[in-house]
Design a protein around this ligand. Structure first.
Ligand code: HEM
Length: 138
């Protein structure tokens, strides 16, 4: 920013800081909002992905046959190149491994919703003001 090359940067934090300096009063966001959003993304993004990656590495260490399959796929697709995001989306075996890791050891095991008005859910009739906890089961 000091060099004036790229005032705010093009990543998510840059977009937030840019919005905080928006000339349009209606679109400008407060510094508190920037901090809130940073905390929100840190909390929702950090623990979830760290947990997923930790379990995936653990599972690959235990199941060395799948480790070999994953390595083979990465080498087939990238050779000696550093993996890049476009190519990562094409890793079919790796995606299966990640999905299995999410199934076995989900970073989030429940979501909570409040029922605002009476609603039918299959055979159930849910009354208003009910806290609904949906659990992931194995
Ligand atoms: C393996 C990784 C992740 C898992 C398993 C995961 C899981 C979830 C789940 C289940 C919800 C819905 C919660 C609910 O509706 O009560 C959610 C919401 C959300 N997640 Fe993630 N998440 C992951 C990664 C991330 C990352 C990397 C970010 C941000 C950088 C993120 C940001 C959010 C946000 C902002 C919401 C709230 C969305 C909304 O309702 O407006 N998550 N996530």
């Amino acid at each position: 920013m000091a060099r004036g090359e790229d005032r705010f940067g093009s990543d998510y934090l840059g977009l937030l800081v840019e919005a905080q300096h928006d000339d349009n009063d209606n679109q400008r966001i407060s510094a508190d909002k920037v901090v809130d959003d940073c905390k929100m993304f840190y909390m929702s993004g950090q623990e979830t992905t760290t947990t997923l990656l930790s379990w995936t590495v653990f599972l690959l260490a235990v199941h060395t046959d799948w480790q070999a399959e994953a390595r083979k796929e990465v080498i087939q697709l990238f050779g000696k190149e550093t993996p890049h995001s476009d190519g990562i989306a094409k890793l079919k075996t790796m995606s299966m491994i990640i999905n299995e890791s999410l199934r076995l050891y989900p970073p989030l095991v429940s979501i909570i919703r409040k029922v605002e008005r009476e609603v039918r859910l299959g055979k159930l009739t849910l009354p208003p003001n009910l806290d609904l906890v949906m659990l992931h089961s194995l």
